[in-house]
Design a protein around this ligand. Structure first.
Ligand code: NAD
Length: 251
């Protein structure tokens, strides 16, 4: 039995990952705004600290962390919130839990990026670089001045940058860092995106080689594999899990 922490565990991909890990006999400490072992709002530094404290209360070793908490960037949405939850709510929690991961013989972190990095046009590499620089107030100011729909892929690209920059040093501690990049997955987030008055029509316009959106348990299966020792050679990479959307759009 291993011990994992999953954020955004109350819904969607996080819930499916939690369910799968528990079915495999592991212990999972769940974190979310509600319906979780540790209730915390990861959009703020105070909420992230309280999330980490809550995990530390119940364990001093972690074999993996899966930070799934994230928000979509819809019409009229709050770009600063997208940057804070998707990037800083991931990175700050994972970095704070590093000692618990290093305490395991081998550990693995799987962050959740998105194939919007490859497939969505019009987002700013400069904003992604600014977010990845790690100055949250500066990133929030730039994100607030950007349409939230374009902040989303920038925040998800910045996560990949964080993984690549940090994977070598963390691997020296026995902790593998990787990312998954799902395409459209049938979760509450997909429902929210479809209901968007301007962007909703585009949600199902992205092509898929398999002719359907993903299911959360399909993403969870890949995450669980990346968490396992079977993926011991996989370090610092991003696994796109999108039913072939990226392959179709970027042949
Ligand atoms: P979801 O809405 O079902 O789940 C997201 C979870 O994050 C929710 O339980 C929510 O309460 C939690 N959360 C949001 N803001 C939070 C905050 N401030 N503090 C704590 N928890 C917070 O969505 P999902 O599709 O399962 O999304 C999981 C991850 O997958 C996200 O990072 C998302 O960006 C990513 N993703 C989703 C899709 C998709 O099509 N569904 C595609 C690519 C990537």
């Amino acid at each position: 039995m291993r011990t994992f922490a999953v954020t955004g565990a109350a819904s969607g991909i996080g819930a499916a990952t939690t369910e799968r890990l528990r079915a495999d006999g592991h212990r999972v400490v769940t974190i979310d705004r509600a319906d979780a072992d540790v209730v915390a709002d990861l959009s703020t530094p105070a909420g992230r600290s309280s999330a980490v404290a809550g995990v530390r209360e119940v364990t001093d070793v972690l074999h993996g962390v899966v930070p799934c908490a994230g928000v979509a960037g819809g019409t009229g949405g709050d770009g600063a919130l997208v940057a804070s939850v998707n990037y800083f709510g991931t990175v700050e929690v994972v970095e704070s839990l590093r000692p618990l991961l290093a305490a395991a013989d081998s550990a693995s972190v799987v962050v959740v990026s998105s194939n919007s990095v490859e497939c969505q046009p019009g987002w700013s590499r400069e904003l992604a670089a600014l977010i990845a620089d790690g100055d949250e107030p500066a990133a929030r100011a730039a994100a607030a001045a950007t349409e939230a729909v374009h902040v989303y892929p920038a925040s998800k690209s910045a996560l990949r940058t964080w993984v690549r920059r940090n994977a070598p040093a963390w691997a020296a501690d026995g902790v593998r860092l990787n990312a998954v990049a799902p395409g459209l997955v049938e979760t509450a987030m997909a429902t929210v995106m479809r209901a968007d008055p301007e962007l909703g029509v585009f949600v199902d316009a992205y092509p898929s080689a398999i002719g359907r959106p993903g299911r959360p348990e399909e993403v969870a299966a890949a995450i669980v594999w990346l968490l396992s020792d079977e993926a011991s050679l996989v370090v610092g990479t991003t696994l796109v899990i999108d039913g072939g959307t990226d392959a179709l759009l970027n042949p």
